[in-house]
Design a protein around this ligand. Structure first.
Ligand code: B12
Ligand code: SF4
Length: 485
Protein backbone atom coordinates (compact mmCIF):
# COMPACT_ATOMS: atom_id res chain seq x y z
CA UNK A 1 0.00 0.00 0.00
CA UNK A 2 1.64 3.27 -1.11
CA UNK A 3 0.63 6.32 0.87
CA UNK A 4 1.22 9.99 0.15
CA UNK A 5 0.39 12.93 2.41
CA UNK A 6 0.16 16.37 0.82
CA UNK A 7 0.33 19.93 2.11
CA UNK A 8 -1.39 21.87 -0.71
CA UNK A 9 0.53 24.62 -2.51
CA UNK A 10 -0.48 27.94 -1.01
CA UNK A 11 2.18 30.56 -1.52
CA UNK A 12 3.35 33.09 1.06
CA UNK A 13 2.14 35.80 -1.31
CA UNK A 14 -1.36 34.32 -1.37
CA UNK A 15 -1.34 34.26 2.43
CA UNK A 16 0.27 37.56 3.35
CA UNK A 17 0.24 39.69 0.19
CA UNK A 18 3.25 40.86 -1.80
CA UNK A 19 4.57 43.33 0.78
CA UNK A 20 4.34 41.08 3.83
CA UNK A 21 5.26 37.76 2.25
CA UNK A 22 8.90 38.01 3.25
CA UNK A 23 7.89 38.16 6.91
CA UNK A 24 5.44 35.24 6.80
CA UNK A 25 5.91 31.90 8.51
CA UNK A 26 6.18 28.69 6.62
CA UNK A 27 6.37 25.96 9.19
CA UNK A 28 6.31 22.18 9.06
CA UNK A 29 2.91 20.51 8.51
CA UNK A 30 3.07 18.85 11.91
CA UNK A 31 -0.25 17.05 11.47
CA UNK A 32 1.07 15.22 8.40
CA UNK A 33 4.38 14.48 10.13
CA UNK A 34 2.52 12.95 13.10
CA UNK A 35 0.29 10.81 10.85
CA UNK A 36 3.32 9.69 8.81
CA UNK A 37 5.33 8.54 11.83
CA UNK A 38 2.29 6.69 13.22
CA UNK A 39 1.83 4.86 9.89
CA UNK A 40 5.56 4.12 9.71
CA UNK A 41 5.38 2.61 13.19
CA UNK A 42 2.61 0.34 11.88
CA UNK A 43 4.92 -0.76 9.08
CA UNK A 44 3.75 1.35 6.15
CA UNK A 45 5.86 3.27 3.67
CA UNK A 46 4.79 6.89 3.56
CA UNK A 47 5.89 10.00 1.70
CA UNK A 48 5.03 13.62 2.42
CA UNK A 49 4.82 16.19 -0.35
CA UNK A 50 4.90 19.68 1.12
CA UNK A 51 3.98 21.47 -2.09
CA UNK A 52 3.67 24.77 -0.20
CA UNK A 53 7.22 24.99 1.10
CA UNK A 54 8.64 23.60 -2.14
CA UNK A 55 6.85 26.38 -4.04
CA UNK A 56 5.32 23.84 -6.43
CA UNK A 57 2.78 24.80 -9.07
CA UNK A 58 -0.19 22.59 -9.87
CA UNK A 59 1.66 21.45 -12.99
CA UNK A 60 4.60 20.36 -10.79
CA UNK A 61 2.25 18.40 -8.54
CA UNK A 62 0.64 16.78 -11.58
CA UNK A 63 4.04 15.71 -12.86
CA UNK A 64 4.96 14.36 -9.42
CA UNK A 65 1.79 12.24 -9.42
CA UNK A 66 2.40 11.01 -12.96
CA UNK A 67 5.87 9.83 -11.96
CA UNK A 68 4.65 7.65 -9.10
CA UNK A 69 1.46 5.75 -8.21
CA UNK A 70 -0.12 5.99 -4.74
CA UNK A 71 -3.01 3.87 -3.45
CA UNK A 72 -4.13 6.51 -1.01
CA UNK A 73 -3.44 10.23 -0.82
CA UNK A 74 -4.29 12.37 2.19
CA UNK A 75 -4.38 16.16 1.98
CA UNK A 76 -4.43 18.60 4.89
CA UNK A 77 -6.69 21.65 4.70
CA UNK A 78 -6.95 24.92 6.61
CA UNK A 79 -9.88 27.08 5.50
CA UNK A 80 -7.93 29.53 3.26
CA UNK A 81 -6.21 26.58 1.57
CA UNK A 82 -9.59 25.36 0.29
CA UNK A 83 -9.02 25.92 -3.45
CA UNK A 84 -5.41 24.83 -3.23
CA UNK A 85 -6.59 21.50 -1.75
CA UNK A 86 -9.53 21.20 -4.15
CA UNK A 87 -7.18 21.54 -7.12
CA UNK A 88 -5.00 18.76 -5.72
CA UNK A 89 -7.98 16.41 -5.50
CA UNK A 90 -8.93 17.21 -9.10
CA UNK A 91 -5.41 16.44 -10.29
CA UNK A 92 -5.24 13.20 -8.31
CA UNK A 93 -8.42 11.84 -9.84
CA UNK A 94 -7.37 13.00 -13.32
CA UNK A 95 -3.97 11.35 -13.14
CA UNK A 96 -4.95 8.33 -11.10
CA UNK A 97 -8.71 7.71 -10.78
CA UNK A 98 -8.25 4.57 -8.62
CA UNK A 99 -6.36 6.41 -5.86
CA UNK A 100 -8.43 6.89 -2.70
CA UNK A 101 -8.49 10.52 -1.55
CA UNK A 102 -8.72 11.62 2.09
CA UNK A 103 -8.89 15.13 3.52
CA UNK A 104 -8.25 16.18 7.13
CA UNK A 105 -7.51 19.29 9.19
CA UNK A 106 -9.62 22.08 10.71
CA UNK A 107 -11.78 22.97 7.70
CA UNK A 108 -13.12 19.52 6.75
CA UNK A 109 -13.43 18.70 10.47
CA UNK A 110 -15.76 21.68 10.93
CA UNK A 111 -17.66 21.12 7.66
CA UNK A 112 -17.38 17.42 6.69
CA UNK A 113 -20.65 17.17 4.79
CA UNK A 114 -20.21 20.40 2.85
CA UNK A 115 -16.62 19.55 1.96
CA UNK A 116 -17.64 16.18 0.51
CA UNK A 117 -20.62 17.72 -1.27
CA UNK A 118 -18.51 20.42 -2.85
CA UNK A 119 -15.41 18.39 -3.75
CA UNK A 120 -16.58 15.54 -5.94
CA UNK A 121 -13.04 14.15 -6.25
CA UNK A 122 -12.78 13.63 -2.49
CA UNK A 123 -13.68 10.18 -1.12
CA UNK A 124 -13.24 10.45 2.66
CA UNK A 125 -13.07 13.23 5.24
CA UNK A 126 -11.22 12.59 8.49
CA UNK A 127 -12.59 14.66 11.35
CA UNK A 128 -10.45 15.60 14.35
CA UNK A 129 -7.23 13.86 15.34
CA UNK A 130 -5.96 11.91 12.35
CA UNK A 131 -3.37 9.33 13.44
CA UNK A 132 -5.63 6.40 14.39
CA UNK A 133 -8.23 7.29 11.77
CA UNK A 134 -5.80 7.37 8.85
CA UNK A 135 -4.28 4.09 9.99
CA UNK A 136 -7.71 2.47 10.12
CA UNK A 137 -8.62 3.82 6.68
CA UNK A 138 -5.44 2.30 5.24
CA UNK A 139 -6.06 -1.01 7.03
CA UNK A 140 -9.68 -1.18 5.92
CA UNK A 141 -8.69 -0.44 2.33
CA UNK A 142 -6.15 -3.22 2.38
CA UNK A 143 -8.68 -5.68 3.70
CA UNK A 144 -11.48 -4.37 1.49
CA UNK A 145 -13.82 -3.77 4.43
CA UNK A 146 -16.56 -1.17 4.49
CA UNK A 147 -15.98 2.15 6.16
CA UNK A 148 -19.02 2.27 8.36
CA UNK A 149 -17.04 1.09 11.40
CA UNK A 150 -14.29 3.69 11.34
CA UNK A 151 -14.87 6.43 13.87
CA UNK A 152 -14.11 10.02 12.87
CA UNK A 153 -14.79 9.85 9.16
CA UNK A 154 -17.38 11.02 6.66
CA UNK A 155 -17.62 9.27 3.30
CA UNK A 156 -19.81 8.62 0.27
CA UNK A 157 -22.14 5.66 0.11
CA UNK A 158 -24.06 5.52 -3.17
CA UNK A 159 -25.50 9.02 -3.49
CA UNK A 160 -25.44 9.77 0.20
CA UNK A 161 -22.87 11.20 2.55
CA UNK A 162 -22.47 9.21 5.74
CA UNK A 163 -21.00 10.79 8.87
CA UNK A 164 -19.74 8.21 11.35
CA UNK A 165 -19.54 8.69 15.12
CA UNK A 166 -16.69 10.95 16.21
CA UNK A 167 -13.41 9.48 17.40
CA UNK A 168 -12.36 10.12 20.97
CA UNK A 169 -9.06 11.93 21.41
CA UNK A 170 -5.97 9.88 22.24
CA UNK A 171 -5.43 10.13 25.98
CA UNK A 172 -1.75 9.25 25.92
CA UNK A 173 -0.07 11.46 23.31
CA UNK A 174 3.12 9.40 23.68
CA UNK A 175 1.33 6.66 21.73
CA UNK A 176 2.12 8.87 18.75
CA UNK A 177 5.80 8.59 17.83
CA UNK A 178 8.07 11.59 17.25
CA UNK A 179 6.81 13.30 14.06
CA UNK A 180 8.48 12.19 10.83
CA UNK A 181 10.69 15.20 10.11
CA UNK A 182 12.90 12.90 8.04
CA UNK A 183 10.16 13.05 5.37
CA UNK A 184 10.20 16.85 5.25
CA UNK A 185 12.61 19.30 3.58
CA UNK A 186 13.47 20.73 7.00
CA UNK A 187 15.97 23.32 5.80
CA UNK A 188 13.22 25.08 3.84
CA UNK A 189 11.04 26.06 6.82
CA UNK A 190 11.15 29.39 8.60
CA UNK A 191 9.09 30.98 11.33
CA UNK A 192 8.32 34.69 11.28
CA UNK A 193 11.14 37.14 11.92
CA UNK A 194 9.46 38.01 15.20
CA UNK A 195 9.80 34.46 16.43
CA UNK A 196 13.30 33.50 15.52
CA UNK A 197 16.62 35.00 16.25
CA UNK A 198 19.06 34.30 13.50
CA UNK A 199 17.98 32.64 10.30
CA UNK A 200 18.54 28.99 11.38
CA UNK A 201 15.89 26.24 11.28
CA UNK A 202 13.52 26.64 14.20
CA UNK A 203 11.52 23.44 14.54
CA UNK A 204 8.11 23.26 16.16
CA UNK A 205 7.70 20.72 18.94
CA UNK A 206 4.10 19.92 19.87
CA UNK A 207 4.09 19.52 23.64
CA UNK A 208 0.32 19.41 24.21
CA UNK A 209 -3.06 19.39 22.49
CA UNK A 210 -6.45 20.71 23.60
CA UNK A 211 -7.66 23.82 25.40
CA UNK A 212 -10.44 24.28 27.98
CA UNK A 213 -11.10 27.96 27.19
CA UNK A 214 -13.86 29.09 24.86
CA UNK A 215 -12.66 32.11 22.90
CA UNK A 216 -15.37 32.78 20.33
CA UNK A 217 -13.00 33.21 17.37
CA UNK A 218 -10.95 30.05 17.94
CA UNK A 219 -11.46 26.58 16.55
CA UNK A 220 -10.34 23.97 19.05
CA UNK A 221 -9.77 21.00 16.79
CA UNK A 222 -8.23 18.99 19.64
CA UNK A 223 -11.11 19.44 22.06
CA UNK A 224 -11.27 20.98 25.49
CA UNK A 225 -9.02 18.70 27.53
CA UNK A 226 -5.37 19.67 27.85
CA UNK A 227 -3.32 16.55 27.00
CA UNK A 228 0.45 16.74 27.05
CA UNK A 229 3.31 14.51 25.97
CA UNK A 230 5.37 13.11 28.84
CA UNK A 231 8.35 15.21 29.85
CA UNK A 232 10.70 12.32 28.95
CA UNK A 233 9.29 12.17 25.45
CA UNK A 234 9.64 15.95 24.94
CA UNK A 235 13.25 15.79 26.16
CA UNK A 236 13.91 12.91 23.75
CA UNK A 237 12.54 15.00 20.86
CA UNK A 238 14.60 18.04 21.89
CA UNK A 239 17.77 15.93 22.05
CA UNK A 240 17.01 14.53 18.60
CA UNK A 241 16.57 18.05 17.23
CA UNK A 242 19.87 19.15 18.73
CA UNK A 243 21.85 16.10 17.63
CA UNK A 244 20.34 15.31 14.25
CA UNK A 245 19.22 18.75 13.04
CA UNK A 246 21.68 20.97 14.92
CA UNK A 247 18.72 23.01 16.14
CA UNK A 248 19.60 25.91 18.41
CA UNK A 249 16.06 27.24 18.81
CA UNK A 250 12.63 25.61 18.96
CA UNK A 251 9.04 26.66 19.31
CA UNK A 252 7.25 24.63 21.98
CA UNK A 253 3.71 24.48 20.64
CA UNK A 254 0.65 24.15 22.83
CA UNK A 255 -2.41 26.35 22.81
CA UNK A 256 -1.64 27.43 26.38
CA UNK A 257 1.58 25.89 27.57
CA UNK A 258 1.31 27.10 31.16
CA UNK A 259 -2.18 25.71 31.73
CA UNK A 260 -0.79 22.85 33.81
CA UNK A 261 1.86 24.61 35.88
CA UNK A 262 3.20 21.43 37.45
CA UNK A 263 3.85 20.04 33.98
CA UNK A 264 5.53 23.22 32.74
CA UNK A 265 7.76 23.58 35.81
CA UNK A 266 8.66 19.88 35.50
CA UNK A 267 9.50 20.36 31.83
CA UNK A 268 11.67 23.40 32.61
CA UNK A 269 13.48 21.44 35.35
CA UNK A 270 14.14 18.58 32.94
CA UNK A 271 15.43 21.01 30.29
CA UNK A 272 17.80 22.46 32.90
CA UNK A 273 18.98 19.13 34.37
CA UNK A 274 19.66 17.75 30.88
CA UNK A 275 21.59 20.97 30.10
CA UNK A 276 19.36 21.50 27.07
CA UNK A 277 19.03 25.14 28.10
CA UNK A 278 22.72 25.56 27.26
CA UNK A 279 22.15 24.35 23.70
CA UNK A 280 18.71 25.50 22.72
CA UNK A 281 16.50 28.50 23.40
CA UNK A 282 12.77 28.39 22.97
CA UNK A 283 9.53 30.29 22.45
CA UNK A 284 5.93 29.41 23.29
CA UNK A 285 2.36 30.74 23.45
CA UNK A 286 0.26 31.29 26.53
CA UNK A 287 -2.57 33.19 28.19
CA UNK A 288 -1.99 35.91 30.76
CA UNK A 289 -4.32 34.30 33.28
CA UNK A 290 -2.36 31.06 33.14
CA UNK A 291 0.94 32.69 34.02
CA UNK A 292 2.60 33.73 37.27
CA UNK A 293 5.96 34.94 38.50
CA UNK A 294 7.30 31.55 39.68
CA UNK A 295 6.61 30.02 36.30
CA UNK A 296 8.16 32.96 34.43
CA UNK A 297 11.30 32.73 36.54
CA UNK A 298 11.65 29.03 35.86
CA UNK A 299 10.95 29.47 32.14
CA UNK A 300 13.70 32.07 31.87
CA UNK A 301 16.13 29.76 33.63
CA UNK A 302 15.20 27.01 31.16
CA UNK A 303 16.09 29.33 28.21
CA UNK A 304 12.64 30.51 27.20
CA UNK A 305 13.36 33.80 25.42
CA UNK A 306 9.93 34.73 24.12
CA UNK A 307 6.24 34.25 24.98
CA UNK A 308 3.36 35.07 22.63
CA UNK A 309 0.21 36.26 24.40
CA UNK A 310 -3.22 36.59 22.81
CA UNK A 311 -4.45 40.00 24.00
CA UNK A 312 -7.01 40.45 21.20
CA UNK A 313 -8.46 43.81 22.28
CA UNK A 314 -7.78 46.86 24.41
CA UNK A 315 -11.48 47.17 25.20
CA UNK A 316 -12.93 45.15 28.06
CA UNK A 317 -16.41 45.15 26.52
CA UNK A 318 -15.03 43.41 23.43
CA UNK A 319 -12.94 40.93 25.42
CA UNK A 320 -16.15 39.94 27.19
CA UNK A 321 -18.08 39.60 23.93
CA UNK A 322 -15.50 37.21 22.48
CA UNK A 323 -15.48 35.21 25.75
CA UNK A 324 -11.75 35.75 26.21
CA UNK A 325 -12.12 35.50 29.97
CA UNK A 326 -9.31 37.91 30.83
CA UNK A 327 -9.17 41.46 32.16
CA UNK A 328 -7.12 44.37 30.88
CA UNK A 329 -5.45 44.75 34.30
CA UNK A 330 -4.30 41.12 34.17
CA UNK A 331 -2.74 41.71 30.78
CA UNK A 332 -0.83 44.76 31.98
CA UNK A 333 0.38 42.96 35.11
CA UNK A 334 1.64 39.86 33.32
CA UNK A 335 3.31 41.89 30.57
CA UNK A 336 5.24 43.80 33.25
CA UNK A 337 6.23 40.58 35.02
CA UNK A 338 7.31 38.92 31.79
CA UNK A 339 9.52 41.88 31.01
CA UNK A 340 10.86 41.93 34.54
CA UNK A 341 12.22 38.44 33.83
CA UNK A 342 13.68 39.66 30.55
CA UNK A 343 11.51 37.46 28.36
CA UNK A 344 10.58 39.04 25.06
CA UNK A 345 6.85 39.38 24.27
CA UNK A 346 4.86 38.93 21.09
CA UNK A 347 1.31 40.21 21.40
CA UNK A 348 -1.65 39.33 19.18
CA UNK A 349 -4.52 41.73 18.55
CA UNK A 350 -7.72 41.39 16.55
CA UNK A 351 -9.38 44.26 14.74
CA UNK A 352 -12.98 44.44 13.50
CA UNK A 353 -14.41 42.31 16.32
CA UNK A 354 -18.21 42.00 16.47
CA UNK A 355 -19.77 45.40 17.31
CA UNK A 356 -16.32 47.07 17.50
CA UNK A 357 -16.49 50.77 16.68
CA UNK A 358 -13.79 52.83 14.97
CA UNK A 359 -13.02 54.52 18.28
CA UNK A 360 -12.57 51.11 19.92
CA UNK A 361 -10.23 49.92 17.17
CA UNK A 362 -8.01 52.88 18.01
CA UNK A 363 -8.26 52.08 21.72
CA UNK A 364 -6.85 48.64 20.90
CA UNK A 365 -3.99 50.16 18.94
CA UNK A 366 -3.24 52.58 21.79
CA UNK A 367 -3.39 49.73 24.30
CA UNK A 368 -0.85 47.77 22.24
CA UNK A 369 1.50 50.75 22.42
CA UNK A 370 0.97 51.14 26.14
CA UNK A 371 1.76 47.46 26.77
CA UNK A 372 4.96 47.97 24.86
CA UNK A 373 5.55 44.38 23.85
CA UNK A 374 8.54 43.72 21.61
CA UNK A 375 6.31 42.66 18.74
CA UNK A 376 2.65 43.15 17.96
CA UNK A 377 0.57 41.43 15.35
CA UNK A 378 -2.79 42.86 14.27
CA UNK A 379 -5.13 40.58 12.36
CA UNK A 380 -8.62 41.12 11.02
CA UNK A 381 -11.46 39.14 12.58
CA UNK A 382 -12.53 36.13 10.53
CA UNK A 383 -15.32 33.78 11.63
CA UNK A 384 -13.77 30.39 10.86
CA UNK A 385 -16.19 27.48 10.47
CA UNK A 386 -16.55 25.54 13.69
CA UNK A 387 -16.08 28.59 15.92
CA UNK A 388 -18.76 30.13 18.13
CA UNK A 389 -18.30 33.34 16.18
CA UNK A 390 -19.15 31.55 12.94
CA UNK A 391 -22.33 30.13 14.41
CA UNK A 392 -23.35 33.63 15.50
CA UNK A 393 -22.80 35.37 12.18
CA UNK A 394 -23.22 32.67 9.55
CA UNK A 395 -26.80 33.64 8.73
CA UNK A 396 -26.35 37.39 9.17
CA UNK A 397 -25.58 39.94 6.52
CA UNK A 398 -22.28 40.74 8.27
CA UNK A 399 -20.92 37.55 6.69
CA UNK A 400 -20.20 38.73 3.18
CA UNK A 401 -19.25 35.48 1.50
CA UNK A 402 -18.30 31.84 1.83
CA UNK A 403 -15.40 32.08 -0.55
CA UNK A 404 -13.05 30.17 1.74
CA UNK A 405 -9.92 31.43 -0.03
CA UNK A 406 -10.71 34.87 1.41
CA UNK A 407 -10.83 33.56 5.00
CA UNK A 408 -7.48 35.01 5.77
CA UNK A 409 -6.73 37.42 8.59
CA UNK A 410 -4.27 39.52 6.53
CA UNK A 411 -6.84 41.16 4.20
CA UNK A 412 -5.37 44.63 4.79
CA UNK A 413 -2.03 43.61 3.32
CA UNK A 414 -3.25 40.97 0.94
CA UNK A 415 -6.21 42.76 -0.62
CA UNK A 416 -9.22 40.77 -1.82
CA UNK A 417 -12.68 40.77 -0.23
CA UNK A 418 -13.18 40.55 3.52
CA UNK A 419 -15.61 37.78 4.39
CA UNK A 420 -16.73 39.47 7.59
CA UNK A 421 -17.43 43.12 8.37
CA UNK A 422 -19.15 44.06 11.60
CA UNK A 423 -22.09 46.46 11.41
CA UNK A 424 -21.27 50.11 10.83
CA UNK A 425 -17.80 49.44 9.38
CA UNK A 426 -16.65 49.04 5.80
CA UNK A 427 -14.22 46.65 4.14
CA UNK A 428 -12.01 49.50 3.00
CA UNK A 429 -11.84 50.99 6.48
CA UNK A 430 -10.88 47.68 8.11
CA UNK A 431 -8.24 46.92 5.52
CA UNK A 432 -6.70 50.35 6.04
CA UNK A 433 -6.93 49.93 9.80
CA UNK A 434 -4.76 46.81 9.75
CA UNK A 435 -1.94 48.73 8.10
CA UNK A 436 -2.40 51.72 10.37
CA UNK A 437 -2.13 49.48 13.41
CA UNK A 438 1.24 48.11 12.29
CA UNK A 439 2.41 51.58 11.35
CA UNK A 440 1.46 53.12 14.67
CA UNK A 441 2.95 50.33 16.73
CA UNK A 442 6.29 50.01 14.95
CA UNK A 443 6.95 53.51 13.66
CA UNK A 444 7.97 54.91 17.03
CA UNK A 445 11.50 56.06 17.79
CA UNK A 446 11.83 53.82 20.84
CA UNK A 447 10.85 50.71 18.84
CA UNK A 448 13.17 51.68 16.00
CA UNK A 449 16.16 52.08 18.31
CA UNK A 450 15.32 48.94 20.25
CA UNK A 451 15.39 46.93 17.02
CA UNK A 452 18.49 48.68 15.80
CA UNK A 453 20.33 47.81 19.01
CA UNK A 454 19.22 44.17 18.84
CA UNK A 455 20.13 43.72 15.21
CA UNK A 456 23.62 45.18 15.36
CA UNK A 457 25.18 41.78 16.09
CA UNK A 458 23.89 40.18 12.89
CA UNK A 459 23.80 41.63 9.39
CA UNK A 460 20.95 39.34 8.26
CA UNK A 461 18.90 40.41 11.28
CA UNK A 462 19.64 44.05 10.51
CA UNK A 463 18.54 43.61 6.88
CA UNK A 464 15.31 41.92 7.94
CA UNK A 465 14.46 44.69 10.36
CA UNK A 466 15.35 47.47 7.98
CA UNK A 467 13.18 45.87 5.34
CA UNK A 468 10.30 45.76 7.86
CA UNK A 469 10.56 49.49 8.52
CA UNK A 470 10.82 50.25 4.80
CA UNK A 471 7.67 48.20 4.16
CA UNK A 472 5.81 50.24 6.76
CA UNK A 473 7.07 53.46 5.21
CA UNK A 474 5.38 52.53 1.94
CA UNK A 475 1.96 52.78 3.57
CA UNK A 476 0.28 55.80 2.10
CA UNK A 477 -0.73 58.33 4.69
CA UNK A 478 -4.30 58.74 3.53
CA UNK A 479 -5.45 61.69 5.64
CA UNK A 480 -8.81 60.38 6.81
CA UNK A 481 -7.57 56.94 7.74
CA UNK A 482 -4.99 58.22 10.15
CA UNK A 483 -7.50 60.22 12.10
CA UNK A 484 -9.10 58.60 15.08
CA UNK A 485 -12.72 59.33 14.24
C1 B12 B 1 1.17 26.43 14.05
C2 B12 B 1 -0.10 27.00 13.44
C3 B12 B 1 0.03 27.76 12.30
C4 B12 B 1 1.35 27.91 11.58
C5 B12 B 1 1.60 26.71 10.69
C6 B12 B 1 0.38 26.10 10.05
C7 B12 B 1 0.64 24.72 9.46
N1 B12 B 1 1.61 24.55 8.64
O1 B12 B 1 -0.10 23.77 9.78
C8 B12 B 1 1.14 29.24 10.80
C9 B12 B 1 1.62 30.37 11.69
C10 B12 B 1 1.80 29.35 9.46
C11 B12 B 1 -0.38 29.26 10.73
C12 B12 B 1 -1.07 29.98 9.79
C13 B12 B 1 -2.46 30.04 9.74
N2 B12 B 1 -3.30 29.53 10.64
CO1 B12 B 1 -2.78 28.39 12.09
N3 B12 B 1 -2.43 27.31 13.56
C14 B12 B 1 -1.36 26.77 14.04
C15 B12 B 1 -1.67 25.96 15.30
C16 B12 B 1 -1.35 26.84 16.51
C17 B12 B 1 -0.98 24.62 15.42
C18 B12 B 1 -1.07 23.75 14.16
C19 B12 B 1 -0.43 22.43 14.42
O2 B12 B 1 0.70 22.19 14.09
N4 B12 B 1 -1.14 21.54 15.11
C20 B12 B 1 -0.65 20.24 15.51
C21 B12 B 1 -0.95 19.18 14.45
C22 B12 B 1 -0.55 17.82 15.02
O3 B12 B 1 -2.35 19.20 14.22
P1 B12 B 1 -3.04 19.43 12.81
O4 B12 B 1 -2.15 20.08 11.86
O5 B12 B 1 -4.37 20.03 13.04
O6 B12 B 1 -3.27 17.91 12.29
C23 B12 B 1 -4.07 16.97 12.96
C24 B12 B 1 -5.56 16.97 12.53
O7 B12 B 1 -6.01 18.20 12.06
C25 B12 B 1 -5.64 15.92 11.48
N5 B12 B 1 -5.24 16.22 10.11
C26 B12 B 1 -4.69 17.32 9.60
N6 B12 B 1 -4.44 17.15 8.28
C27 B12 B 1 -4.82 15.92 7.96
C28 B12 B 1 -4.78 15.23 6.74
C29 B12 B 1 -5.26 13.93 6.69
C30 B12 B 1 -5.19 13.19 5.41
C31 B12 B 1 -5.81 13.32 7.85
C32 B12 B 1 -6.32 11.93 7.81
C33 B12 B 1 -5.86 14.02 9.06
C34 B12 B 1 -5.35 15.30 9.11
O8 B12 B 1 -4.72 14.96 11.98
C35 B12 B 1 -3.55 15.62 12.48
C36 B12 B 1 -2.93 14.81 13.58
O9 B12 B 1 -3.82 14.58 14.62
C37 B12 B 1 -3.21 25.75 15.14
C38 B12 B 1 -3.98 25.57 16.44
C39 B12 B 1 -3.98 24.14 16.88
N7 B12 B 1 -3.98 23.92 18.13
O10 B12 B 1 -3.98 23.21 16.07
C40 B12 B 1 -3.63 26.98 14.35
C41 B12 B 1 -4.78 26.87 13.35
C42 B12 B 1 -4.62 25.59 12.57
N8 B12 B 1 -4.56 27.99 12.46
C43 B12 B 1 -5.62 28.56 12.09
C44 B12 B 1 -5.66 29.64 11.18
C45 B12 B 1 -6.99 30.36 11.06
C46 B12 B 1 -4.55 30.02 10.45
C47 B12 B 1 -4.53 31.05 9.32
C48 B12 B 1 -5.68 30.88 8.36
C49 B12 B 1 -4.50 32.46 9.91
C50 B12 B 1 -4.33 33.51 8.85
N9 B12 B 1 -3.17 33.99 8.72
O11 B12 B 1 -5.24 33.92 8.18
C51 B12 B 1 -3.16 30.75 8.65
C52 B12 B 1 -3.33 29.85 7.43
C53 B12 B 1 -2.04 29.36 6.85
C54 B12 B 1 -2.24 28.40 5.71
N10 B12 B 1 -1.30 27.54 5.49
O12 B12 B 1 -3.21 28.41 5.02
C55 B12 B 1 -6.85 27.90 12.69
C56 B12 B 1 -7.54 27.03 11.64
C57 B12 B 1 -8.97 27.41 11.35
C58 B12 B 1 -9.39 26.85 10.04
N11 B12 B 1 -10.67 26.60 9.94
O13 B12 B 1 -8.64 26.69 9.12
C59 B12 B 1 -6.24 27.12 13.89
C60 B12 B 1 -6.97 25.84 14.27
C61 B12 B 1 -6.20 28.14 15.08
C62 B12 B 1 -7.48 28.22 15.84
N12 B12 B 1 -7.45 27.73 17.05
O14 B12 B 1 -8.49 28.69 15.39
N13 B12 B 1 -0.94 28.47 11.68
S1 SF4 C 1 -7.55 31.32 21.65
FE1 SF4 C 1 -6.13 30.12 22.88
S2 SF4 C 1 -7.03 30.18 24.95
FE2 SF4 C 1 -8.66 30.79 23.55
S3 SF4 C 1 -9.76 28.88 23.12
FE3 SF4 C 1 -8.22 29.15 21.50
S4 SF4 C 1 -6.44 28.02 22.14
FE4 SF4 C 1 -7.77 28.30 23.94
Amino acid sequence: MKILLVNPPLSLEARYGSKMKKFGAISEPMGLAYIASFLEKKGYLVRILDAAVLGMSLKDVEQFLKDDYFDIIGVTMLTPAYSAALNIFKIIKKVSPRTVTVCGGPHPTALPKETLEEIKELDIVCTGEGEHTMYEIVEFLEENKDFSKIKGIAFRQDDKIVINAPRLYEKNLDNFPIPARHLLPVDKYSLTASRTSGGRYCPTVIVARGCPFRCAFCYRIFGSTFRHHSIERIIEELKLLINKYQASQVNLEADTISLNKKFLIGLCDAIISNRINKKIKWTCESRVDAMDEDVLKKMKEAACWQISYGVESGVQRLLDIILKGIRLEQIERIFKLTKKHRISIRSFFMLGLPTETREESYQTIEFSKKLNADWAQFTLTIPYPGTYLYSLVKDSEDLKNRNWDEYNTWGGWKGGRLPYVTKGRTEEELRELQKIAFYRFYMRPKIFFRFLRKSLSSFSEFRKILSGFLTLLTIKRKGRSFKKT
